[in-house]
Write a protein that binds this ligand. Structure first.
Ligand SMILES: NC(=O)c1ccc[n+]([C@@H]2O[C@H](COP(=O)([O-])OP(=O)(O)OC[C@H]3O[C@@H](n4cnc5c(N)ncnc54)[C@H](O)[C@@H]3O)[C@@H](O)[C@H]2O)c1
Length: 305
């Protein structure tokens, strides 16, 4: 019997939960949000969706985070979202103090759980949760960028997305790096396949800019990340061993930080396939680790002041 806990059921949380209930890959889900009344009513809607889909996932809404117990996976999306013009890093102070609270309560009630951070800045908050809970934590990382990159290339070249391979890694957001040596179009290296039709810069511009564009037009990103994150949870619960660029913990100097690396996602998370990247791409990843480390240290300092 598989159980997934959701901390936070706002815009992104609800959409992940919807995907989980529709695809019915967990037996039972627990949902906690400050706004219990909204979640109770969301549950009513889910029951209507289940009635037509025949999904049997048992949905439990809890009043307190301490009631989330014995889960296999816990997904944390509680926290403030970005407003137009704000960066993800601007959310650190507010969201880190919320996450620290969860880190004090969730681990002892969920001994086997894997923790998946969704709230932003997602990589730094995964590190905060891991630091204060002492439990293995990943974030959705750059799997979102990997899918944005693949979808754009497929669109522009007019071919099925299933023929695009390759990864984006490093830090989630505008600083994400495309591991260009990994990117192929129907087995052919990107530069040869896209020659005269699409440049690396076009793809990077889209991948880095599309979230801000969506937030400005609609108030927030939802369907893309939520579906991608639901697939991460599904790969853990069903032990599908998909390779995804989640952010995994890596030690840099004196801190554990999180960066997006192609990683096997199943019941066991790992290995991270860093060694399969080209030397060029590994260099980009190393640079990203240093940047994330420096930013994270500054943010931790500001938290303790
Ligand atoms: N990783 C990604 O790719 C990705 C994508 C979209 C959004 N996000 C991030 O996810 C977070 C949530 O975004 P959203 O659009 O769902 O925002 P939202 O405002 O719609 O939802 C946030 C939810 O968190 C709840 N909440 C806040 N503090 C809480 C607490 N202490 N305990 C319990 N619940 C609490 C709120 O009641 C609300 O329902 C943001 O930080 C956003 O930046 C990440």
């Amino acid at each position: 019997m598989s159980r997934v806990g959701f901390i936070g059921a706002g815009r992104i949380g609800q959409t992940i939960i919807y995907s989980c209930v529709k695809d019915a890959f967990a037996d039972e889900i627990f949902v906690y949000d400050l706004s219990k009344d909204a979640v109770d009513n969301f549950r009513e809607e889910l029951k209507h969706a289940q009635a037509t889909k025949g999904s049997k996932v048992n949905i439990v809404v809890v009043k307190d985070v301490s009631e989330i117990k014995n889960c296999d996976v816990i997904v944390i999306s509680a926290g403030k979202p970005r407003k137009p013009g704000q960066s993800r890093r601007d959310l650190f102070a507010d969201n880190a103090s919320i996450i620290k609270g969860f880190a004090a309560v969730l681990p002892s009630n969920n001994q086997k759980a894997k923790f998946v951070m969704v709230a932003n800045p997602v990589d730094m908050l995964a590190s905060v949760f891991m630091k204060f809970s002492n439990r293995y934590t990943i974030s959705s990382g750059t799997q979102v960028e990997t899918m944005r990159m693949r979808s754009f290339i497929a669109d522009k070249l007019g071919i099925p997305v299933s023929l695009i391979d390759g990864y984006a890694g490093g830090e989630h957001g505008e600083a994400a790096e495309i591991f260009w040596d990994s990117v192929t179009v129907d087995g052919v290296q990107f530069d040869s396949a896209a020659s005269g039709k699409l440049t690396r810069q076009d793809v990077e511009n889209y991948m880095k800019g599309i979230a801000a564009q969506i937030i400005a037009a609609t108030g927030g990103t939802t369907w893309g990340p939520a579906t991608i994150i639901a697939d991460i949870i599904k790969s853990i619960v069903l032990c599908s061993n998909r390779v995804m660029t989640v952010a995994v913990p890596v030690k840099v100097n004196d801190e554990t930080i999180h960066v997006g690396i192609p990683t096997v996602i199943g019941n066991h998370i790992g290995p991270a396939l860093e060694s399969t990247l080209s030397e060029n791409d590994r260099k980009k990843l190393d640079d990203a680790k240093q940047r994330v480390y420096t930013a994270y240290k500054e943010m931790l300092d500001s938290l303790s002041k």
